[in-house]
Design a protein around this ligand. Structure first.
Ligand code: GDP
Ligand code: IMO
Ligand code: MG
Length: 428
């Protein structure tokens, strides 16, 4: 399987980082192709826990090349901080990290825009972004006139460009909050800071599109690491409560430049239940003791923002939709151990909308808000499973639970995960 893609099938934080780290052993190159430092991927190995935001989760194996492709929006300060943090912990980051000169750069005005604009959508509910400037940077990318790519930072007119954009942003930003705040961005200071970042990043910068095309043509083993989850996809997710990139499998080719026809295997990552951070509908949410129990056992607090994650039952309607959308071949069911104390588990098998039963995931967020989940109840296993390493050794009820998930999602199971560590992984 030379080209594999790992993609989250829920609202993010499905434990993609753990699976990417494990699969990296069999790959030459690991690629992040969308999102930015809104992502927080956790890798636990040798008793150490690492949080990765922009650096691909392949970084722990020195022979693997880690690529940040052009579809990623790059906060250079965050990337440098991450590199420094890894280096301080003896994880080598040198020519094993390659960053696209096409990646769009996040600037201070993007943070301001994120903060000023996410207060409320017209319907009254905030998206609850990570405030990392992701949406505003993608907006400027599409809008073109205020966009700066990594490669632009090495050009003679970089200073002029910063001055021009800063002036425009200083005019625009107060309008976003009805003049309630004075925003004064300093072009000289921003230019100085970003020139420093550019200099420090320069050994890593390359044309990753051509690098990856060469790699697929020479049949290198490549692993694409999705960020966020398919339900947060800008085009196919629960719009407008989404992120600003194609976080389902469809983003691989636009974000990396590698044609989709080269991807030979897509691995869908699912939690054994569902979580969501931020606003937007969540039909199977348990805003009650059950949700709190899952949050406590699963330590469901945001990797990036530390916000408590909203928790609920497994939603097979949503997961089947996203497995199809991402062309998933196999699924990994993660955090199965978290459900180990509950006497009964519910799985949503259909929705009721306007009195009619459906297994179709609605395209409009207002309909998703109105659906009533139809649940099937399965018995829990009520035992710790974190030391189990073979499928056959799982309690019968745990086996039945994941088999039912697999049946409802319509994809075979490749992995069941019973703890955060690399070792706590059961292969089918
Ligand atoms: P990602 O964004 O998809 O990479 O996921 P996150 O790292 O944001 O969140 C997943 C969390 O679950 C991390 O804290 C992982 O260390 C942890 N984790 C991964 N797999 C398991 C598992 O099987 N059981 C438990 N209890 N925790 C897990
Ligand atoms: P990983 O890769 C979970 C959510 C935010 C918010 C919405 C938009 O760790 O799975 P943004 O800052 O992207 O404009 O926020 O998307 N969100 C995530 N939720 N995991 C993530 O990444 C997320 N990245 C963004 O909470 O609801
Ligand atoms: Mg995460």
């Amino acid at each position: 399987m030379p080209v594999t893609c790992v993609v989250g099938l829920q609202w993010g934080d499905e434990a993609k980082g753990k699976i990417v780290d494990i699969l990296t052993a069999k790959h030459d190159i690991v690629v992040r192709y969308q999102g930015g430092s809104n992502a927080g991927h956790t890798v636990v190995t040798g008793g150490q826990s690492y949080k990765l935001s922009l650096v691909p989760s392949g970084i722990f194996r020195p022979d693997v090349k880690c690529v940040v492709a052009g579809g990623v929006v790059l906060n250079p300060a965050a990337l440098l901080e991450e590199i420094d943090g890894l280096t301080a912990r003896q994880v080598a980051v040198g020519d094993n990290l390659i960053v696209s000169d096409r990646a769009h750069i996040i600037f201070p005005w993007h943070f301001e825009e994120d903060r000023l604009l996410d207060k409320r959508l017209s319907g009254g509910e905030a998206i609850g972004t990570t405030l990392r400037g992701i949406g505003p940077c993608y907006r400027d990318k599409v809008g073109r006139v205020f966009a700066v790519r990594l490669g632009d930072m090495y050009r003679a007119d970089f200073r002029q460009r910063i001055e021009h954009i800063t002036q425009a942003k200083n005019d625009i930003l107060p309008g976003l909050c009805g003049g309630a705040e004075r925003v004064r961005l300093d072009a000289a200071e921003i230019h100085r800071q970003y020139s420093d970042y550019a200099e420090r990043l320069s050994p890593h910068v390359a044309d990753t599109t051509v690098y990856l095309l060469d790699a697929v043509e020479s049949e290198k083993n490549i692993l694409f690491e999705g960020a966020q989850g398919a339900l947060l996809d800008i085009d196919h997710g629960t719009f407008p409560f989404v992120t600003s990139s194609n976080s389902s499998g469809v983003g691989v080719s636009s974000g990396s430049g590698v044609p989709g026809r080269y991807v030979s295997k897509v691995i869908g990552i699912l939690k054994a239940y569902t979580t969501r951070v931020g606003g937007g509908p969540f039909p199977t949410e348990q805003d009650n003791e059950t949700g709190q129990h899952i949050r406590d056992r699963g330590n469901e607090y945001g990797t990036v923002t530390k916000r408590p994650r909203r928790c609920g039952w497994f939603d097979a309607v949503a997961a089947r939709y996203t497995a199809r959308l991402s062309g998933v071949d196999v699924i990994c069911v993660m955090l199965l151990d978290v459900l180990g104390e509950l006497p009964e588990l519910k799985v949503c098998t259909a929705y009721e909308l306007d009195g009619r039963r459906t297994t179709r995931f609605p395209s409009h967020v207002d309909d998703l808000r109105r659906v009533v989940p139809v649940y099937e109840t399965l018995p829990g296993w009520q035992q710790e499973i974190t030391d189990i390493r073979q499928m056959d050794d799982l309690p019968e009820n745990a086996k039945k639970y994941i088999a039912r998930i697999s049946q409802l999602v319509g994809r075979p199971i490749e992995v069941a995960s019973v703890g955060p560590d690399r070792e706590q992984t059961i292969f089918a």
